[in-house]
Design a protein around this ligand. Structure first.
Ligand SMILES: N=C(N)NCC[C@H]1O[C@@H](n2cnc3c(N)ncnc32)[C@H](O)[C@@H]1O
Length: 441
């Protein structure tokens, strides 16, 4: 239940506001509609809220208090940030806070999922992923001698077991927050590695290690690289347990984007409604567009020939310098030169991580989850446009991508793509500006 509070504002304060994920196309040109962000494309508007406008005496419903300064509240159906200092508890209601937001990390569900085998089987069955980590350990086996290693989010302990089997580290601290840790201990013993590998059950940011480590290795990447935001735990552990001059594996990460055609997905979700069983179901197409094309398609497999331009790295992370605060909003730019005339259905994203060698001049190991590398369980992520656009060779697609971390649900993010298309003939009629905002839940 949400708790009503009254605002004690000194008069009207007009903060920015916009309805969250407006279901109806709103006219963004409406001078009265201040938006904290969002956009319009083909009259479909999705907005996200940054701050909420309210007046003295308004009764706000508080959904969550992610910080002492800013609360997440609702006023007449609009949700947004409010300055907590302007609010007072409404004597009328002592209702409980919304319990569903007591756990903005959703750890019970998150670690509950990793306590079962399904996700671990998927990850272990991913040969590109698992062999890449094996290759890192193998190619650095000599340098790993007598090193102290932390394997953050070890799951079944596969990386720790590779360390113990292929190298001679002095100690591997295998940290796992889910109940899988109990089985990981058994696997370590079963494979005769319990002299070297110590399994610690708990969140990496909460457990205590007896010493700092020389190497922090983790397989933390989620869909679109950052989803799950496990990377925050890796940065916190780095700052607390990695010795100065220690090694981060992965050392760096990059998110890559490419404009693409997606004929079969478009046919499956949109064209289908044209003549199913000889009938005209096209009135359902706006519903299909809203249901299927307003959120990313995870586990998309893009065929290299569906790429309409050379892919472009839009976000690059240096795991030695990246800060937790940097994760709130990450921006990238892109400029694609269309290489072939085709239908532009959307953008596809994937990531690459690199593992610098412990030896100076040693080979860097790369795990690339893109269409020209071995298949992985992440596959790629497809962001469909509302409506496809025909493009010609020589056209340019330029714009920005913004990954905005959810201020309440800390494992989620919003992806905003803003781009323009310029015709190769520089025909101004071809120029169109589009913004799409996708919620990754
Ligand atoms: N996207 C991924 N690579 N997910 C791997 C997640 C694995 O790390 C574990 N894990 C995730 N975050 C943490 C954390 N902060 N501390 C310990 N284990 C974690 C999780 O239980 C699972 O076994």
């Amino acid at each position: 239940m949400m708790r009503p509070v009254r605002s004690m504002l000194p008069g009207q304060i007009s903060l920015e506001v916009a309805p969250i994920r407006s279901e109806r196309p709103a006219n963004l040109r409406d001078p009265n509609l201040k938006t904290g962000g969002g956009g319009i494309s083909n009259n479909r508007v999705t907005c996200f809220v940054s701050q909420l406008s309210f007046s003295r005496g308004d009764r706000l419903l508080v959904h969550a208090k992610p910080s002492s300064e800013w609360w997440w509240a609702e006023l007449q159906g609009v949700i947004g940030y409010v300055p907590a200092g302007y609010l007072s508890q409404d004597a009328a209601g002592e209702e409980e806070e919304d319990p569903s937001i007591e756990d903005p990390w959703q750890d019970e569900e998150y670690f509950g999922n990793y306590g079962t085998l399904r996700l671990h089987l998927e990850m272990l069955s991913d040969k590109s992923r698992t062999e890449a980590y094996r290759q890192v350990i193998l190619s650095n086996s000599a340098s790993l001698s007598s090193k102290r290693v932390m394997d953050l989010g070890c799951g079944t302990g596969i990386i720790s077991l590779f360390c113990a089997q292929l190298a001679r580290p002095s100690m591997v601290y295998a940290v796992e927050a889910s109940s899988m840790a109990e089985y990981t201990r058994q696997l370590v013993k079963q494979n005769g590695c319990d002299e070297v590998v110590t399994v610690l059950q708990g969140r990496a940011e909460e457990i205590e290690l007896p010493e700092q480590v020389d190497v922090l290795v983790s397989e933390w990447m989620g869909n679109c690289l950052l989803f799950e935001f496990m990377v925050e735990s890796v940065l916190l552990a780095r700052d607390r347990w990695l010795r100065d001059g220690g090694t981060m594996w992965p050392s760096s990460a990059a998110l890559t984007l490419v404009p693409c055609q997606a004929d079969s997905y478009y046919a499956e979700k949109m064209a289908f409604w044209e003549r199913p069983y000889g009938l005209d179901f096209t009135p359902l197409q706006p519903l299909a567009q809203q249901e299927f094309f307003t959120k990313p398609k995870f586990s998309h497999i893009i065929d290299p020939c569906d790429c309409l331009a050379a892919p472009c790295d839009v976000i690059s992370l240096d795991m030695y310098t990246l800060q937790v605060g940097d994760l709130e909003q990450m921006k990238g730019q892109f400029h694609f030169c269309v290489e072939k005339s085709a239908v532009f259905h959307g953008f596809t994203a994937w990531f690459t991580v690199c593992f610098k060698s412990l030896e100076a001049g040693g080979a860097t190991v790369e795990l690339n989850t893109g269409p020209n590398s071995g298949p992985t369980h992440w596959k790629q992520t497809l962001f469909m446009l509302d409506r496809p656009v025909s493009v010609c060779a020589g056209d340019s697609i330029s714009g920005t991508i913004v990954l905005q971390r959810n201020p309440v649900w800390r494992r989620h993010m919003t992806v905003t793509l803003h781009w323009t298309i310029k015709g190769s003939t520089d025909n101004p009629d071809n120029a169109q500006a589009n913004i799409f905002i996708y919620y990754m839940h």
